[in-house]
Design a protein around this ligand. Structure first.
Ligand code: NAD
Length: 495
C-alpha cells in the first residue's frame, strides 16, 4: 500500500482503522495503486488538527502576501510537472490526455488567480450618521472548511476548493473522491514540500457516507463546500444543520444546448458534440440535451449521428483518442441503465447505445457516443442527469418553445445557444434559469467568472471574486473617535 494516503496535521499517515482501496485504470480496469481508505475517525483527527491550526496557528494571522507567496509556489510546482500530473489524471480518471493537460494548467492558474486576488483591497469604509464614529468592514476567514469533491475533475476540483479557501486564511480539509485520489495525493506532496504550516491543508480519502458525512456533521467544521450529485448535496445540507455551517453546493445538471435554424450549422454541430462528449459526458455542465429547431432537424441529425460515430474512443493515454472510458464499471452500469430506460420509455437510438468491446476496449469501461431522438420531456433520459456520453435531442418550433423546454427540469446549471442573431441569442440566454451560459460556444470556463447553478444545481458560486467571498466572513468595526460620557443612565459617570 502507498504510505502516502492521508495527509493530516502536516504529515502522511495511515488510516486509523487500516482500510485500503484499490485504484483502477478505467481504460483497463488494471490496478494502478492501492491507497489508504479512511474512516470517520480519520476525519475527526483532521478536524482536531485544523481547529488547532485555525484557532492558534499562524495561517489566518499571516499577511495575505505571505499566504499568496506559498500559493504562487504551488502553482509553479504544478506547472513544472504538468505533463506527469496530466498523465496521472488520465490513467486514474480516464479522460483523454489533452483534456487532462487542460485541467492541470487550469488548476495551476486557479492557485495563481486567488494568490493575486487575496492581496487586493477587500474591506470597506463608509460614512455613518454619527460623525464621531469611524465605521469600516473587514473580511476574515470563516475557519475550518471541509471540501468534498467528485471524481470527474479530481485535480481541478481540488484547486477550485483549496485555492480560494487557503488564500482567504482558512484551514482546509479536502476529501477526495473514492475512485480518483491520485492527483490529489501528488498535490499534497507538493503542499508538504513547499511547507504550508501544519493543519492548514489536509487530505482525507475514504467513503463519502462515513468520512464525508463526519465532516459535514461535525461541529468543529465551520463551512462545507461540496461538489457532487444533487442527492448527496441534500444529505450534506441536512448534516450541516447541526451547527448551521456555511454551505456551498455545486451539484448536477441537465443543461440545454439550443440550436436555432439560423446558426452556422457546421460550427454548431461540432460544439454540440463537444458539449456532451468532452470528459465522456461526465461533466456537470455537459450539454446533455440538444434542443434543435424542427426546420433543420432532418439536415442536422444525420450529420450529427455520423460525426458522433466517428469520435475516436479509446485509452486516453493513446495520442489521437478523443473520448475515454467511463470512470468505473459501476458507473458504466448506471449509464447503461439510463440507456435501457430511454428505450423502454419509447425514445429512439440515433447512434451508439452500447459498450465498445473491440480488442483492448473490452477490458475498459467504454461506451459508444450515444444520441437519443424522438424523446418526450417527461422521459428519464430528458429529466435526469446521466453523467455519461448520452445526448437527448428535443425538437422545438420557436423561441418561446425553446425556452420553455430548456427550463423544464429541476436543474439550472448551464446552457448554450447557437444562432447568428445576436439579439435573439442574448434574449434566450437571459430567459434561461441557469448560472452559466454561452452564446455560440460551449464549455469555456474561466477562473475569473462565477461558477454555480440555479434551482437544484446548487447554492452559492465558486471562482472569481464570488468564490473568494464564499470563504470570507464579514465584520463591521465601529470606532468612537471622540469618546465622551454617554449620559444614558442617571448614575453614568458620577462615581
Ligand atoms: P457524489 O455526490 O456521489 O460524490 C461526490 C463526493 O461526495 C465524493 O467525494 C463522495 O465521497 C462524497 N460523498 C458521498 N456521499 C456523501 C455523504 N453522505 N456525505 C458527505 N460526502 C459524501 O458525486 P460523484 O458521483 O462523485 O460526482 C458526480 C456528480 O458531481 C454529478 O452529479 C455532477 O453533476 C456533480 N458535479 C458538479 C459540479 C458542479 O460544479 N456543479 C462539478 C463536477 C461534478
Amino acid at each position: 500500500m502507498r504510505t502516502k494516503s492521508l495527509f493530516i496535521g502536516g504529515g502522511w499517515c495511515e488510516p486509523v482503522e487500516g482500510g485500503t482501496r484499490e485504484i483502477l485504470n478505467p481504460a483497463t480496469n488494471g490496478i494502478l495503486d492501492e491507497v489508504g481508505d479512511g474512516s470517520a475517525r480519520d476525519a475527526e483527527r483532521a478536524i482536531v488538527e485544523a481547529r488547532k491550526a485555525f484557532d492558534a496557528g499562524p495561517w489566518p494571522r499571516m499577511r495575505a502576501q505571505e499566504r499568496a507567496a506559498l500559493l504562487f509556489k504551488l502553482a509553479d510546482r504544478i506547472d513544472a510537472e504538468a505533463a506527469s500530473l496530466a498523465a496521472l489524471e488520465t490513467r486514474n480518471n480516464g479522460k483523454p490526455l489533452r483534456e487532462a493537460a487542460g485541467d492541470v494548467a487550469d488548476a495551476a492558474n486557479c492557485f495563481r488567480y486567488y494568490a493575486g486576488l487575496i492581496t487586493k483591497p477587500l474591506g470597506q469604509t463608509y460614512e455613518v450618521p454619527d460623525p464621531s464614529i469611524l465605521s469600516m468592514v473587514v473580511r476574515e476567514p470563516i475557519g475550518v472548511c471541509a471540501q468534498i469533491i467528485p471524481w470527474n475533475y479530481p485535480l481541478l476540483m481540488a484547486a477550485w476548493k483549496l485555492a480560494p479557501g487557503l488564500a482567504a486564511g482558512n484551514c482546509c480539509i479536502l476529501k477526495a473522491a473514492e475512485a480518483t485520489p491520485l492527483t490529489a495525493i501528488r498535490l499534497f506532496e507538493l503542499i508538504e514540500e513547499i511547507g504550508f504550516p501544519s493543519g492548514v491543508a489536509q487530505l482525507l480519502l475514504g467513503p463519502g457516507a462515513t468520512v464525508g458525512q463526519a465532516l459535514a456533521s461535525s461541529h468543529g467544521v465551520d463551512k462545507v463546500a461540496f461538489t457532487g450529485g444533487t442527492a448527496t448535496g441534500r444529505r450534506i445540507l441536512a448534516a450541516s444543520a447541526g451547527n448551521l455551517k456555511k454551505v456551498t453546493l455545486e451539484l448536477g445538471g441537465k443543461s440545454p444546448n439550443i440550436l436555432f435554424e439560423d446558426a452556422d450549422l457546421s460550427i454548431a454541430l461540432e460544439y454540440a458534440l463537444f458539449a456532451i462528449y468532452a470528459g465522456q459526458g461526465e461533466v456537470c455542465s455537459a450539454g446533455s440535451r440538444l434542443l434543435v429547431q424542427r426546420s433543420i432537424a432532418d439536415r442536422l441529425l444525420p450529420a450529427l449521428a455520423d460525426a458522433a460515430g466517428r469520435i475516436v474512443v479509446g485509452d486516453g493515454m493513446i495520442p489521437g483518442t478523443e473520448m475515454g472510458p467511463l470512470v468505473t464499471p459501476a458507473h458504466l452500469e448506471r449509464v447503461m441503465t439510463f440507456i435501457d430506460s430511454g428505450l423502454t420509455e419509447g425514445a429512439e437510438l440515433l447512434t451508439g447505445g452500447s459498450r465498445l468491446t473491440a480488442g483492448d476496449l473490452a477490458r475498459g469501461n467504454f461506451l459508444a457516443p450515444t444520441i437519443f431522438v424522438n424523446t418526450r420531456p417527461d422521459m428519464r433520459i430528458v429529466q435526469e442527469e446521466i453523467f455519461g456520453p448520452v445526448l437527448a435531442v428535443q425538437l422545438f418550433d420557436d423561441e418561446a418553445e425553446a425556452v420553455r423546454l430548456a427550463n423544464n427540469t429541476v436543474y439550472g446549471l448551464a446552457g448554450g445557444v447557437f444562432t447568428r442573431d445576436g439579439a435573439k441569442g442574448l434574449r434566450v440566454l437571459r430567459q434561461l434559469r441557469a448560472g452559466i451560459t454561452w452564446l455560440n460556444t460551449y464549455h469555456p470556463t474561466f477562473n475569473e467568472a462565477p461558477w454555480g447553478g440555479y434551482k437544484q444545481s446548487g447554492t452559492g458560486r465558486e471562482l472569481g471574486t464570488w468564490g473568494l467571498e464564499a470563504y470570507l466572513e464579514t465584520k463591521q468595526i465601529n470606532v468612537n473617535l471622540n469618546p465622551q460620557p454617554l449620559g444614558w443612565y442617571r448614575q453614568g459617570g458620577s462615581n
